[in-house]
Design a binder for this molecule. Structure first.
Ligand SMILES: [Zn+2]
Length: 179
């Protein structure tokens, strides 16, 4: 059983710079992955990148339904997203959110299928292909490890709105807890 660790929010430098590649696949990584799953489930997320709990390593976990409602669970270290094939490109225009920008959602078009290549926690090669929310998740988590939030892909005006709403919600929480 992993330990639930606090999730860092937008503005924390660890979210805004690229993570380091995983070079050792052993007990330490396995323990980190356990903590990531525990933290993701506690926050009711469908994916989590290591830097979201403050660890700047290129690894993410997911437990997420695809377009057919089938749940997929796993871990990918050193992920490399395959570019979407020309001609088969279709965009999913659904909303996106992030545990590091809690409570906020915004429409963000993404390719509706994604394939990522990487390694599992034991260092064995893995390839994950996802549709629907899983496709969005694989792209979102890979972005995290490059130091990019979904906010960075929004039009500037929308990004400002989402950040303002997030900040208003955070200061409301701070006001309440001081009572
Ligand atoms: Zn996120």
């Amino acid at each position: 059983m992993g330990e639930v660790r606090p999730i860092v929010h937008v503005g924390d430098p660890v979210l805004h710079r690229p993570c380091e590649p995983v070079t050792r696949f052993g007990e330490e990584l396995a323990a980190l992955v356990e903590d990531m799953f525990a933290s993701m489930y506690a926050a009711e997320g469908v994916g989590l990148a290591a830097n979201q709990i403050g660890v700047p390593l290129r690894v993410f976990v997911y437990d997420c339904p695809d377009a057919d409602g089938v749940r997929h669970k796993g871990v990918v270290a050193n992920p490399v997203l395959e570019p979407p094939g020309l001609g088969e490109r279709r965009l999913d225009t659904g909303d996106e959110g992030c545990l590091s920008v809690p409570g906020q959602y915004a429409p963000l078009p993404r390719p509706d299928t994604a394939t990522v290549h990487g390694f599992d926690a034991a260092g064995e090669p893995v390839t994950v292909t996802g549709t629907g929310l899983l496709a969005r998740c694989l792209q979102h988590e890979s972005d995290h490890l490059d130091g990019r939030l979904y906010l960075d892909r929004l039009p500037a005006k929308r990004r400002k709105q989402v950040l303002a709403a997030y900040q208003a919600a955070q200061s409301a929480i701070a006001d309440n807890s001081s009572l």
